[in-house]
Design a protein around this ligand. Sequence first.
Ligand code: RET
Length: 281
Amino acid sequence: TFELAKSSVAPIPSVVPSLPEYQTVTETGTRTLWVVFVLMTIAAIVFSGLSWNIPIAKRLYHVITTIIVVTAAISYFAMATGHGIAYNHVVERESHKHVPDTTHDIYRQVFWARYVDWSITTPLLLLDLCLLAGMNGGNILIAIVADLIMILTGLFAAFGSEGTPQKWGWYTIACIAYLVIIWQLAYHGRATAQAKGGKVGKFFAAIGGYTLVLWTLYPIIWGIADGSRKMSIDEEIIAYAVLDVLAKGVFGAWLLFTHASMPESNVEIGGFWSQGLSGEG
Ligand code: RET
């Protein structure tokens, strides 16, 4: 019987499978998410307050910019309370000399609530800039659709499997869409803004350049954090938090305060935008 028991013991595997690794948010990340929630809420109150003394027909930038920070506040509330987060299963291959290849399971959190936020807020940020430049409807539509393609293919990239074309394939498609946006703003936007006159041309070049620099940091952070997993979840949260405050809060304040002292930046409201508004200004 002793012999029987001995032979029924499973052989010890030559390669011990390693335990899965979970890459998750910690207290630092959660605290950061709450801070941004508060900042965006304050921005929403300030931006809507700024429209108080402004005739309804001239509030378009205020309306757009307030929706942007309200959306961000909602998305940060979701993420801070643990909503809008899913795990991406990454199978990492480890090859060592003299040892057979082993695989290592990694489960990394993807904050998909960001992409919901971005798919609402980035088209609106672009709308702010396109209206400031006085771009035509066709070019505005191209910029906004390219933006939606960029964000949604970026979401697919975030859930892409490594070792397949999914992750970096989607990332490449998103980057091409981003180039379309840059083309619309830097080429068509700049030209129409300059045609509108000195002040608007200069302001558009300044706020457009600021936007270009900030927006370009998003795919860089994405590549280091989500793409290559060289940043912890907390570091990723902090990087995006800083960028979001600059790209939404500081951008919005700059736009609304400058607009207040620059009548040339008024949107020439026509067609359906002004239905029922004439005479209220
Ligand atoms: C992703 C990954 C795929 C490649 C590219 C990206 C670009 C994202 C951008 C986001 C901008 C967000 C803003 C948020 C609001 O504050 C989706 C990261 C190109 C440009 C401005």
